[in-house]
Design a protein around this ligand. Structure first.
Ligand code: HEM
Length: 502
């Protein structure tokens, strides 16, 4: 047999294998009865294309609109948008494992809280709990408030620079300010010192590299998904990338080392991490891995929500007015703001919930993998190895769950009666309990309380001090790509200082 005959035969075998695999996938495969495009049942290619185009979020939303609450969007991938799915997938007492390709592996080889095994995870959650509890956060409040002063002062400086003598307001770009504030706060809590971004009004190379990393997420997911590409990448990973990863990790690790060496009297995270038992202690390496995780998970998520919230409030000035009235009736100055009092502001809380619904920072589902042997979900047998997730954006923008789902209506989260007469009766939302922006179950967001306090404090400080109006060029800002995180364009607002009361 000649070489070309050999190649021909191999191609024939491959084609036969592909056809029979495809036939099996759409006919006898245990998931074949579930709705979804037939091409997606055969191959993951449509999903990869959408992921690389930054369009996964909207693609899944469209498919759910067409196919319903359960969707097969890959041969072994199911997406759900029903409230019960959260409990079955993320709250399952069998603890389905996270898909291994999601989550960044720290360069020191020690897995962080988000990717570590079940037992270590349980232990660490107990150790970290005090630092992220209400009591712990109240102790940290002065740290947050220092950064509020720095944030306000930065906006004032930008105003001074941009203000024209004829106008009381000036154009200010806000997404960078939110990123600077959230990175400075989290660095202070993790390293015992801020990064000084608010003070310098400039990002740092390290922070910029985090944004570059986010854009590379689709590539990383692709490479990590297939055994062959993972093996090849590990074997032939370019030296320059290895070096960059190492340098990136070292940047935060060095700061954690310094923080541990010099100690601190400030109530940062490490001062509040409790030993879970007489012999349990967090190793320095584990501290470094988790610090890197906190710097990723606890910064852009908040900055994203804040940007989206301000944007949607500016588009609905009557809602912004209600919020301003609530904040300004309760607080005269930034120093009056407190975690406790802000948490009692009903309209602020409703606006934040609505911001998290209409523009969820974690907009795609983080998949869990069904164990060997399979399991029943919604009376349907799901084989082992299947990936399950709840797609947050699709769930929150579905009319199956929320009425007038694309409209920003904070009132839907207020008790009946507090609702604005002009709004649709959003209390008839069919399934608001699908809303879990911080996920659900044992691996839900560790920083939920911290995030909510920080968001309320930043919103409080902004509204006590400034008025906002969306600039013409930022209309349509919400049309963004998403690479697991939203890729935000600059958000320009006309900002004017509120005359002080005294
Ligand atoms: C608006 C802000 C935030 C949102 C929407 C958010 C959302 C989420 C979600 C959906 C998850 C679950 C991911 C999964 O299923 O694997 C998660 C996990 C996590 N988040 Fe957040 N997050 C926010 C802010 C924060 C902050 C401020 C921190 C503080 C450090 C934080 C730390 C974490 C950690 C450590 C995990 C992993 C928990 C575990 O695996 O046990 N997050 N977050």
């Amino acid at each position: 047999m000649s070489v070309s005959d050999g190649i021909e035969a191999a191609l024939c075998v491959l084609a036969l294998w592909f056809v029979s695999q495809s036939f099996y996938s759409v006919t006898f495969h245990p998931l074949s009865a579930l709705p979804g495009p037939w091409l997606c049942a055969i191959t993951r290619i449509p999903y990869w294309i959408q992921l690389f185009r930054g369009n996964e979020v909207h693609w899944l939303h469209d498919l759910h609109n067409r196919y319903g609450t359960v969707l097969r969007f890959g041969p072994d991938d199911l997406s759900y948008i029903s409230s019960g799915a959260w409990k079955e997938i993320y709250g399952n007492r069998l603890e389905l494992s996270k898909a291994p390709d999601y989550g960044i592996q720290p360069a020191n080889g020690i897995r962080s809280l988000s990717t570590t095994d079940v037992d270590t995870h349980r232990l660490w959650r107990r150790m970290f709990a005090p630092a992220f509890s209400e009591v712990g956060l109240r102790k940290q409040q002065p740290i947050f408030k220092e950064h509020m002063d720095a944030m306000v002062s930065l906006i004032e400086r930008r105003l001074d620079t941009n203000l024209r003598s004829t106008s009381p307001s000036a154009k200010v770009e806000l997404t960078s300010i939110f990123s600077f504030a959230t990175f400075d706060i989290m660095a202070d809590l993790c390293f015992g010192q801020p990064l000084g971004l608010l003070e310098r009004d400039r990002s740092s190379a390290w922070v910029n590299s985090i944004f570059k990393l986010i854009k590379l997420m689709p590539l990383s997911l692709f490479v990590e998904y297939y055994n062959v590409s993972r093996f090849l990448y590990r074997k032939f990973e370019p030296k320059c990338i290895q070096k960059k990863k190492h340098e990136h990790f070292q940047h935060s690790a060095q700061r954690v080392h310094e923080r541990v060496k010099t100690g601190s009297t400030r109530p940062d995270i490490w001062r509040q991490v409790s030993p879970a038992g007489p012999t349990e202690k967090l190793s320095l390496n584990a501290m470094c891995s988790n610090a890197e995780l906190f710097m990723l998970a606890g910064t852009e998520t908040i900055a994203t929500l804040l940007s989206g919230l301000i944007y949607h409030l500016c588009l609905r000035p009557e809602k912004l007015e209600l919020l301003k009235n609530e904040i300004r009736a309760s607080f005269d100055t930034v120093s009056d703001l407190s975690f406790r009092r802000l948490s009692q502001c009903a309209y602020l809380n409703a606006c934040i919930k609505e911001g998290l619904r209409i523009y969820p920072p974690v907009a795609v589902g983080v998949p869990r993998v069904v164990r060997e042997g399979g399991m029943l979900i919604d009376n349907c047998w799901i084989p082992g190895g299947t990936r399950l997730s709840v797609a947050q954006y699709a769930a929150y923008h579905s009319e199956r769950n929320f009425r007038d789902a694309n409209a920003f209506i904070p009132e839907r989260w207020l008790p009946r009666g507090a609702q604005n007469k002009t709004d649709v009766d959003v209390h008839a939302d069919p399934s608001p309990d699908v809303f879990h922006p911080f996920s659900y179950g044992s691996r839900d967001c560790l920083g939920r309380n911290l995030a909510l306090h920080e968001i309320r404090l930043i919103m409080g400080a902004l509204l006590v001090k400034f008025d906002f109006e969306l600039c013409e060029e930022s209309h349509g800002w919400e049309k963004q790509l998403n690479f697991l995180m939203w890729i935000k364009e600059p958000l320009f607002c006309l900002v004017s200082p509120v005359p002080s009361k005294n």
